[in-house]
Design a protein around this ligand. Structure first.
Ligand code: NAD
Length: 378
């Protein structure tokens, strides 16, 4: 089935206004627009770095959510955010006394925004306190840790959601919708890349905190996108890694990784990631009737979709550019959508669209990619 330019533009306009995502990704069962609730879900944010800042803005704008506690090693930073979001200073915790959250009834859930290797420990700690867990990607640094996180949350009967923000981002959802509607025909192949030149003092460059290199950090976006674009699970991988031996940044983790994913239908995706070179995240999907490209695809805002395909069997083609605008608050809307979704799941006792099992899948696939590249991942 092909869609007309008018319908395409109408869909994009509606997507810009949000609310349709549940129709777009079959896996999205909860609406992105929050339903009014008499109760607000209280969140403790753990680790107050760059991504935490964005999540706090998202939670703040989510109608049924509020920030009720902060966990940080830097009291001054926590006090600044506490003042900004109306968190009582009595609800500022350190990593050492975080377990006192158990006795804070204003906290229903935690947002874990710590370096990768700390995700498992803090997820399991929070689950044991009886708090629902939102954990940033990559879910963990080993497959065993990812499984332990799922087990701990199940045992404590709390929800676990992994921070795949593109699942709540309108341009990516528009791309999925076009593909599912058959606009570009049968997918033949995909190209995708995401990377950046990593500063020498970043924890990301250490095995102890980052776990592994750019695949864990940004390549995971390409991996996850090829799965949601095809709607398939990978069948096999082949991969190559290269690090400049003279660059001291790459003593611990790889610099560049290139991999090919084969999907059961025969679709092949070729992806690249790097800590040595700036690669604006993008993907291009080639189909039997046309192609579509989202570039940039994984940024916080300013994403752009361009599609080129035949219509109704006639050799007429279409090109459309969609720009994802920030909302009136100038906050990347995807963070608000993500907070809405997790909050709604807690309020309605539903499973998040990206539960721990989704994170575990990517952990398992990344282990296969590393194995093919000759790098051992636990
Ligand atoms: P960051 O360095 O900006 O913040 C990390 C926070 O953890 C800081 O507040 C730091 O003080 C705290 N911390 C506690 N113990 C630490 C330790 N031993 N070493 C270093 N920091 C420590 O990092 P970030 O970019 O916010 O990344 C945090 C997590 O979020 C990572 O898992 C990353 O993969 C993920 N992330 C996700 C996105 C996204 O778009 N979803 C974007 C960036 C980062």
């Amino acid at each position: 089935m092909s869609i007309s330019r008018r319908e395409f533009n109408r869909n994009i306009t509606r997507l810009g206004a949000l609310g349709l995502a549940a129709e777009l990704l079959p896996s999205l069962t909860s609406p992105l627009l929050a339903q009014p609730s008499s109760r607000k879900i209280g969140y403790a944010v753990i680790g107050l770095g760059r991504i935490a800042d964005l999540h706090m803005q998202g939670i703040h704008l989510s109608p049924n959510a509020k920030i009720t506690a902060l966990v940080s090693g830097h009291r001054d930073k926590a006090e600044k955010y506490a003042a900004q979001y109306g968190v009582p200073t009595s609800s500022i915790y350190s990593y050492e006394n975080m377990d006192a959250l158990r006795n804070n009834p204003a906290v229903d859930a935690v947002y874990i925004c710590l370096p990768n290797s700390m995700h498992a420990e803090y997820t399991i700690r929070a689950a044991k306190l009886g708090k629902h867990v939102f954990c940033e990607k990559p879910m963990a640094t080993t497959v065993a840790d990812a499984q332990a996180m799922i087990d701990a949350c199940k045992a404590a009967n709390v929800k676990l959601m992994i921070g795949y923000r593109c699942h709540y981002e309108s341009t990516n959802l528009a791309a999925i919708k076009l593909i599912r509607e058959g606009a570009i025909g049968q997918i033949q192949s995909i190209q995708s890349a995401f990377g950046f030149s990593c500063g020498a003092d970043e924890w990301r460059l250490t095995k102890a905190l980052g776990g592994h290199g750019p695949l864990f950090d940004v390549g995971i976006y390409c991996l996850n996108a090829t799965r949601y674009l095809t709607g398939e699970e990978p069948a096999s991988f082949s991969a190559y890694a290269y690090s400049n031996p003279n660059d001291p940044r790459f003593r611990d983790v790889e610099e560049n990784l290139v991999w090919i994913t084969k999907f059961p239908s025969g679709v092949v995706a070729s992806c690249s990631t790097s800590y040595g070179s700036n690669m604006d995240g993008y993907y291009r999907v080639y189909g039997s009737k046309g192609w579509l490209q989202v570039d940039t695809a994984f940024s916080y805002e300013g994403l752009s979709l361009k599609a080129f395909y035949n219509r109704d069997g006639v050799t007429e083609s279409e090109r459309t550019v969609v720009l994802n605008q920030p909302n009136t608050e100038k906050i990347p809307q995807q963070f608000v959508n993500e907070a809405n979704h997790f909050t709604q799941c807690i309020l309605e006792n539903k499973t998040p669209t990206a539960p721990g099992e989704e994170g575990l899948k990517d952990m398992t696939y990344m282990r296969e990619i590393y194995r093919s590249a000759g790098i051992t991942m636990a």
